[in-house]
Design a protein around this ligand. Structure first.
Ligand SMILES: Cc1cc2nc3c(=O)[nH]c(=O)nc-3n(C[C@H](O)[C@H](O)[C@H](O)COP(=O)(O)OP(=O)(O)OC[C@H]3O[C@@H](n4cnc5c(N)ncnc54)[C@H](O)[C@@H]3O)c2cc1C
Length: 384
């Protein structure tokens, strides 16, 4: 049976309506940090993975990732479950460059398994001494007959160490962005180990240790030394969707708060009758709507190949939406008072979920850097 709804039916509201019951069963509020294979399998069964992959590999699309579609699906899923939205994004992101640039042999081996939800993927760029400054990564890949040997450490990797395959970026030569190469590394590779990180974030994140891991030439992704721009292409495609993820989380926090404000009573009145509360809700709603416009504008720029706008539009969306998410979820807790802080309450869960979003996929400071650099470049030339 083909479970794929037509792509046009995958806007945020329809995804939310059609998935919420099943996703809520599989991903209850307050779940422990984990990799949920049944959840990943269900995302596939619901037809949410296939549109992002070519039919040759079991998908239903043309192999392009539509940022607008990804945003709609992530926003809709995140209203019910941040875990589901993140799982979808890491699955697609973990195989994104391999699905486009790996050898035919590697693509045929791995991509269909991702599309069918049978393997878990992840992407590993960050190192202990190199976070935002990806171009200066030092993890070494040394050439040997028939392949490369990887040595070093990757940290703060979503889905590690449980993921089955990793897109790993390592230094093959030179300095800076030049001389970085992408590799597809199965978890079973000899010398690869890992550990989960016990973090504030409610989802699974961990470290990976590469102790002379041999990766055959067939598992190099794209040309040697040209991995940096492949890594950046993942950010370009996925940044608007981080913003969309925030829209979903913020929407569920706002819904809960507005409802609470009409029922909770204090000093003889519902708390929503106090302007301090109602204006906070108004501010939350306004920022949410502003973030939505920025998010889908960035997605449209990406899908339209509008190269002059993509970087700035995505950075503005990611910056504003993650800061909005923090504001709205914090505000929702304020509206609820103490009850929202109890372990297992939706807002307590969302509070832990939202905080790292201003750090991963480029911190807020880096987004401002991108916006400012592009803005000033525009004006740093003689007036016409
Ligand atoms: C939950 C979570 C999941 C993650 N998942 C992944 C993953 O799947 N794969 C992966 O590879 N990585 C992942 N990361 C890592 C993430 O991408 C890095 O944490 C991020 O790039 C920031 O790096 P850093 O933490 O080392 O901070 P640093 O780069 O050390 O920055 C520290 C501070 O300095 C500021 N700063 C740095 N440079 C500048 C500058 N030029 N201008 C202004 N301010 C600056 C930063 O904004 C920040 O405030 C994840 C992180 C988290 C928290």
């Amino acid at each position: 049976m083909n479970n794929d709804p037509p792509a046009s039916a995958m806007d945020a509201d329809s995804v939310y309506q059609s998935t919420r019951e099943r996703i809520a069963q599989l991903s209850p509020v307050g779940h422990a940090a984990r990799v949920s294979r049944p959840l990943i399998k269900e995302l596939t069964r619901m037809g949410l993975m296939a549109p992002f992959f070519a039919q040759t590999y079991g998908g239903s699309g043309d192999g392009q990732v539509s940022a607008t579609l990804l945003c709609g699906i992530r926003e809709g899923l995140a209203r019910t479950s941040a875990e589901a939205s993140t799982a979808l994004a890491t699955q697609i992101g973990g195989i994104f460059v391999a699905a486009r640039h790996a050898s035919q042999e590697v693509r045929q081996e791995w991509v269909p398994l991702v599309v069918s939800g049978d393997v878990v993927t992840a992407i590993a760029l960050t190192e202990p001494e190199r976070g935002n400054d990806v171009a200066s990564m030092t993890m070494a890949a040394t050439k040997e007959p028939g392949g490369w040997r990887l040595s070093g450490k990757k940290v703060w990797i979503m889905k590690a160490p449980e993921a089955d395959i990793y897109t790993v970026f390592a230094r093959t030569s030179g300095k800076g962005g030049r001389g970085i190469t992408a590799f597809l590394v199965p978890k079973t590779s000899q010398g690869l180990s890992g550990e989960p990180i016990d973090s504030l974030w409610p989802d699974r994140v961990g470290n990976l240790f590469f102790d002379g891991v041999f990766v055959p030439d067939t598992h190099v992704i794209g040309p040697v030394d040209e991995g940096y721009k492949l890594g950046m292409s993942v950010f370009e495609a996925f940044r608007p969707s981080v913003a969309a993820h925030m829209l979903g989380l913020a929407r569920s926090a706002l819904d809960l708060s507005a409802r609470y404000a009409t029922t909770r009573r204090a000093f003889g009145h519902t708390i929503g009758s106090y302007q301090a509360v109602s204006h906070l809700l108004a501010e939350m709603k306004t920022r949410l709507q502003a973030a939505k416009l920025l998010t889908y504008d960035a997605a449209t720029a990406y899908d339209g190949g509008d190269t002059a706008r993509i970087a700035t539009a995505s950075a503005m969306a990611k910056l504003y939406a993650t800061e909005m998410g923090q504001f709205v979820i914090d505000g929702a807790i304020q509206v609820h008072g103490a009850v929202a802080l109890e372990r297992g309450h939706l807002l307590e869960h969302l509070y832990r979920e939202v905080r790292p979003s201003r750090i991963y996929e480029g911190t807020s400071e880096i987004q401002r850097e991108i916006i400012a650099r592009n803005l000033l470049r525009e004006y740093d030339r003689p007036e016409a």
